[in-house]
Ligand binder design. Structure first.
Ligand code: ATP
Ligand code: LTN
Length: 339
């Protein structure tokens, strides 16, 4: 397919911890699946990762790690533009211009802001945590992305982006921005914490048995899954009952990674002796999914110079798209042209 026919997509992940199977199932796996169909831009959103407390001595290494994992998961860096958000000044610049067009109330009602602010120490919530969705909107709108593949937790931020783009286009009387659509997977849109199946699995949650990380050794991955919180029953069926959220979560992970139907999965486990059997099988499929990713990751990170080169070249490709959009925004807003 030629570039002009392919839809433009953009997405990103924060280098804010170890990537989890939630990030893989909810986001990266879709990016890989559809890479032939899309004209794709995937960034490591380091400017988002600094909106909460973080370790400045680890940020650069984490940023490289996430970029290498994108590639290790199967994204071809020659067919997808893989880059680091802060390597382009356009993201922060557009974010400011959009900030001046964002009603404060829209930011204050974002659930991610409320959740994350509640987890920060009192008095240490940054203004950046509040304006975070504006920077995300800038990421998307700079590239005229039509589709944004994300997990379900980002749906509200996508609505925000659409509203903001429409408001801007309306206020300045031009179709400066393309209105993006979210793309949320049918299976695995919200992987839950293994130690607490009523909360989203999250890479910044540090409790030991919360999440399987993409770089966990097989033994560690198995241990975490075998310890996953379930209930006192034994029937292995999909269910909306909050009491059974643990088993449902394991089944969802299994479904997302095997691609089988719910009926086939329930039939498969009908003769199981208990949740232990389900956990063993989930552990095996997770380990087998991670094995090739980890091998490729080790190869890639044996030459950091090569990875850095790739990121630099891809940032240049990204800039070629972002710069004209920013120029159009500056003009629409009436800023004096740079001579
Ligand atoms: P943090 O804990 O730092 O907020 P996170 O694990 O929530 O991190 P993000 O960087 O915020 O990860 O999200 C990256 C992508 O992964 C987004 O598309 C998000 O929707 C998706 N994602 C994150 N967690 C899950 C999950 N538990 N299930 C499905 N998708 C997820
Ligand atoms: N806020 C997103 C990460 C993110 C993103 C983006 C996702 C930043 N910029 C642009 C899609 C498109 C999150 O997952 N927490």
């Amino acid at each position: 397919m030629t570039d002009s026919k392919r839809k433009r997509v953009l997405s990103g992940i924060q280098p804010s911890g170890n990537l989890t199977i939630g990030n893989y199932i909810g986001a990266i796996r879709q990016w890989v699946q559809y890479q032939d169909q899309f004209d794709a831009y995937y960034c490591v959103v380091d400017l988002h990762a600094i909106t909460v407390d973080y370790d400045q001595t680890a940020l650069a290494a984490k940023t490289r790690e996430v970029a290498a994992l994108y590639i290790a998961c199967g994204l071809d860096p020659h067919r997808n533009v893989i880059f680091v958000q802060s390597h382009l000044t356009e993201h922060a610049e557009l974010a400011w211009l959009l900030t001046c067009n964002t009603p404060l109330g829209w930011l204050q009602r974002m659930t991610q802001f409320k959740d994350k602010a509640a987890k920060q120490e009192e008095g240490s919530v940054s203004a950046g945590l509040l304006t975070y969705p504006i920077l995300m909107a800038a990421d998307i709108l700079l590239y005229h992305a039509e589709v944004v593949p994300v997990g379900e937790d980002q749906k509200q931020h996508l609505e925000f982006t659409r509203d903001l783009a429409q408001r801007f286009n309306h206020r300045f009387g031009q179709e400066v921005f393309t209105i993006p659509e979210p793309m949320i997977p049918l299976a695995g849109a919200r992987v839950m914490g293994l130690d607490n199946p009523t909360a989203k699995m999250s890479k910044s949650e540090t409790s030991q048995y919360h999440a399987v990380y993409l770089l966990d050794e097989p033994d560690m991955a198995r241990k975490k899954i075998m310890r996953a919180v379930t209930d006192s029953g034994r029937e292995i069926r999909f269910s909306d009952d909050p009491e059974r959220a643990g088993v449902n979560n394991l089944l969802n992970i299994y479904q997302a990674l095997t691609g089988q139907s719910r009926e086939a999965i329930e039939a498969h486990f009908a003769t199981a002796r208990g949740y232990g059997d389900l956990k063993k099988e989930v552990a095996e499929i997770v380990i087998e999914t991670l094995r090739p990713i980890q091998e490729r990751y080790r190869e890639l990170t044996s030459d950091m110079g090569e990875l850095d080169n790739l990121l630099r070249q891809n940032a240049d490709k990204a800039r070629a798209v972002a710069q004209p959009t920013l120029q159009a925004v500056r003009e629409a807003m009436g800023l004096l042209k740079k001579s």
